[in-house]
Design a binder for this molecule. Structure first.
Ligand code: G6P
Length: 610
């Protein structure tokens, strides 16, 4: 989704803004723009913006250079108004340039009021409204840009991160946040503003995260934070330890492929410091849950994180014997959920910024539930909103299709389930010890699968021409079937369905013919035989079967057209291995079809609208 960058200092702003926006490309966008001013020349700022990728903007900037040491830049993912040059940010009204992430909910009413008052609009966006509002405040006598922004914000309802620049006050940028992330990067005689810390990591690691309802005034040498009433707030800077290099492709053709191969290391990082081998227990980084009083656990999440949560249902019920429900965050608050004290809500979100998940958390908290966030991004909005946070430590995930974030979520959830199980006494010390030993082995076993790239490439060539795919699994392999189908859809644009293997006969069996590849997850376990029967039903109808099975399975070859083998592990941890060939299959199919693997059409990495 949209990306924000701002710079104020002594260097030329445009290259820094473009560099920052490049780092935000992964979030998905359909237009981009900058507004840059030269305080020495006394402005006005030059706005250059256009539809399409950053390359288009760079071309345009060659023809219309924007020189100056203060500037703001934006990548837009269209919500109000189609992707077009006019709707791209920044929006300029009089001396005011504005960029915005999020949505102004009362935009219709505000626009009508502004038009009635004589304002002329040049775009269809909700953002332009804010530029008008700030400009009006200045015309009506607001003493500074900060005061004008504060007054304008009083009229706005919705989620936002705004950055505002004025030709009349060229040494200042003003930003404000509500439900949309915003971070300030501190330099020597220069400062940065961004929606995501990765945009500024190449320039500085010293950052201040802005909280809900705060306004920040940034000059070359100073950062001043206040609340919406103007009351000053104090905040200590933090040092970010992710290196910018870690976020680069590191020799791989795509970020997604790099991230697939990073999974063994990422899972090892999720485990660091959490396994207590002496007590056969899990330490949750100081998260202190009142386990005895948890009556029910409700997972809420979206997309891939929702699939991890579905696996969570199996893990927590099996190991802790606490009843579990799993809800799509986007549905949760619209059915007046029955939730309250005694419920532990586990909100799972890679980015920590998904607005649907945030709103579901707010609903759950309002009704008295305790919230634990499982996230990959430290200090992101969701962990900050929750009562407790547990981080996956997968490192930055850039590819829009989630891979290492998913497998580290599975591991974080397994750690949570063991922690709970030890405290409810549903999990014996011996079984906990076995599971912990298996968790320690997991990175190694995952690497054995990710090393099978050549085999998966051959399979992608064999099946990649199909018009549709079916993925089947039972038990905790059912969410993996859903995840396999989602991955394929997301990046190759081939229609795919994930189905509970036992449900196939109730509908999707009608789809089966010799052109439909069916990927069946059939690792050793209690559902093995039943799943093999489903697989036989597919083959009896000439369907092509690609089985994901356990190494040492002598029979599976006789039941399928192709097989990918993964190591044996505890039943509870099998999803961590079986999902890997599905990610790789999707990747190679998409790559062969030449799609934009890291930034698939219409998708965004971080979805900050409901
Ligand atoms: C977007 C992404 C998905 C992701 C989902 C939830 O749709 O494209 O890959 O699974 O958001 O994101 P979260 O950051 O909350 O896990």
């Amino acid at each position: 989704m949209c990306g924000i960058i701002g710079y104020i200092g002594s260097r030329q702003a445009t290259p820094l803004l473009i560099g920052g926006l490049r780092k935000l490309e992964y979030r998905g966008y359909d237009s981009a723009g900058v507004s840059v001013l030269d305080p020495a020349a006394g402005g006005p700022s030059r706005v250059v913006r256009c539809r399409g990728k950053l390359g288009n903007l760079e071309e345009k900037l060659k023809a219309e250079p924007a020189a100056g040491t203060v500037g703001i830049g934006h990548t837009r993912w269209a919500t109000h108004g189609r992707p077009s040059d006019e709707n791209s940010h920044p929006h300029k009204v009089g001396p005011i340039s504005v960029i915005h992430n999020g949505i102004i909910e009362n935009h219709l009413q505000l626009r009508a009021e502004l038009v009635a008052g004589g304002s002329h609009f040049s775009s269809e966006t909700d953002t332009e409204i804010f530029a008008h509002l700030v400009e009006r405040q200045l015309v009506e006598g607001a003493e500074s840009l900060t005061i004008a922004v504060r007054k304008a914000l009083q009229k706005v309802r919705g989620s936002y991160a705004f950055v505002v620049m004025s030709d009349k006050e060229p040494g200042t940028l003003v930003a404000a946040k509500n439900s949309s992330p915003l971070v300030i990067g501190l330099g020597e005689g220069e400062n940065f503003i961004a929606s995501d810390v990765t945009a500024i990591l190449a320039e500085t690691r010293k950052v201040i995260f802005i909280d809900e309802g705060e306004i920040v005034t940034v000059t070359r040498d100073k950062v001043e934070i206040t609340d919406l009433e103007g009351k000053p707030k104090k905040r200590e800077p933090k040092i970010i330890t992710w290196s910018a290099v870690q976020a680069e492709k590191g020799g791989f053709k795509h970020y997604m492929l790099k991230e697939i191969h990073e999974q063994p290391r990422a899972v090892a990082d999720t485990l660091v410091g959490r396994i207590d081998l002496e007590n056969d227990d899990v330490n949750l980084d100081g998260v202190n849950l009142d386990v005895k009083n948890i009556k029910r656990i409700v997972f809420i999440a979206c997309g891939t994180s929702y699939h991890a949560s579905m696996v969570g249902e199996f893990l927590v019920e099996a190991l802790a014997r606490i009843p579990v429900e799993v809800d799509l965050a986007s549905e949760f608050r619209y059915r007046d959920p029955i939730i309250g004290p005694g419920d532990l809500v586990v909100a799972v979100s890679q980015s920590g910024e998904t607005l649907d998940t945030m709103e579901a958390i707010r609903e759950a908290k309002k009704k008295g539930a305790t919230v634990l966030a499982i996230s990959n991004v430290i200090e992101s909005s969701i962990p900050r909103l929750a009562d407790h946070a547990f981080y996956t430590h997968a490192g930055p995930e850039i590819g829009v299709a989630s891979t290492k974030a998913f497998t580290t979520q599975l591991v974080a959830i397994a750690l949570l389930a063991i922690h709970l199980g030890r405290r409810t006494n549903a999990l014996s010390r011996e079984r906990a010890r076995e599971l912990l030993a298996e968790l320690v082995q997991l990175p190694h076993k995952m690497k054995e699968v990710t090393d099978q790239g050549a085999h998966l490439q051959v399979l992608a060539r064999r099946y990649g021409h199909a018009h549709g795919f079916l993925f089947l699994g039972r038990g905790s392999q059912y969410p993996i079937a859903l995840e396999g189908a989602l991955k394929l859809k997301e990046i190759s644009y081939i229609h795919a369905e994930g189905y509970a293997a036992g449900e196939m006969k109730h509908g999707p069996i009608a789809l089966i013919d010799d052109k439909l590849p069916v990927v069946v997850l059939v690792p050793r376990g209690p559902s093995y035989e039943k799943t093999v029967s489903n697989l036989a039903e597919v083959r009896a109808r000439q369907g092509k079967v690609l089985a994901i099975a356990t190494r040492g399975d002598q029979d599976i070859g006789g039941h399928s057209d192709d097989v990918v083998l993964v190591a044996d592990t505890a039943l509870e941890l099998q999803p961590n291995l079986t999902v890997l060939p599905l990610q790789m299959l999707s990747y190679y199919v998409a790559d062969q079809r030449g799609t934009d693997v890291d930034q698939p059409r219409n998708l965004a990495k971080s979805v900050t609208v409901e």
